[in-house]
Design a protein. Structure first.
Length: 158
């Protein structure tokens, strides 16, 4: 049995924070606002996986009202999500995530991001895709106000 899930997340830029995307720190003058490390790419992947398994969303498992998750690495949340899927009998087949932003350019970091997500899920790097797109100035990403991410995940029950 196989299932597909879709994930989405968006965070606005904020000063005084590191920019962490798919577990990789990207040099930039702004970070993202959020309760955890605000890793928008990893959050979208988590939602895609949880959705595919019919297990709700990131907020139902890792609520921002719980002090345990303040400043936590989103890769840790992804690892926990992988364990949750495993307990339910699901295995990730592949994950594809797209960042939507004008800047910074992510292409130089995409391979490290793929490896980071793959390690956290315990899958091969070639089962993960990370891409970035611009909106040619349209919407909040186009105005460089933040980053949005879209993810799709395929899971299977052997």
């Amino acid at each position: 049995m196989q299932r597909v899930g879709f994930g989405y997340d968006a965070h606005r830029f904020a000063g005084g924070r590191r920019l962490v995307l798919a577990g990789v720190e990207v040099p930039f003058e702004l970070g993202l606002h959020g309760y955890s490390d605000a890793d928008v790419l990893t959050h979208a992947v988590i939602d895609a996986l949880l959705g595919a398994a019919g297990l709700g969303d990131i907020g139902s498992h890792f609520p921002s009202s719980d002090p345990e998750y303040e400043g936590i690495s989103s890769l840790e949340l992804l690892r926990r999500t992988g364990k949750l899927l495993e307990r339910e009998g699901w295995t990730p087949v592949n994950v594809d995530v797209t960042a939507v932003l004008e800047r910074p350019r992510l292409a130089p970091y995409a391979d490290r991001m793929r490896s980071s997500l793959a390690r956290a899920l315990g899958i091969a790097r070639d089962q993960v895709s990370v891409k970035s797109k611009t909106t040619d100035g349209l919407g909040f990403p186009g105005r460089s106000e933040g980053i949005e991410a879209h993810a799709v995940a395929l899971i299977e029950r052997p």
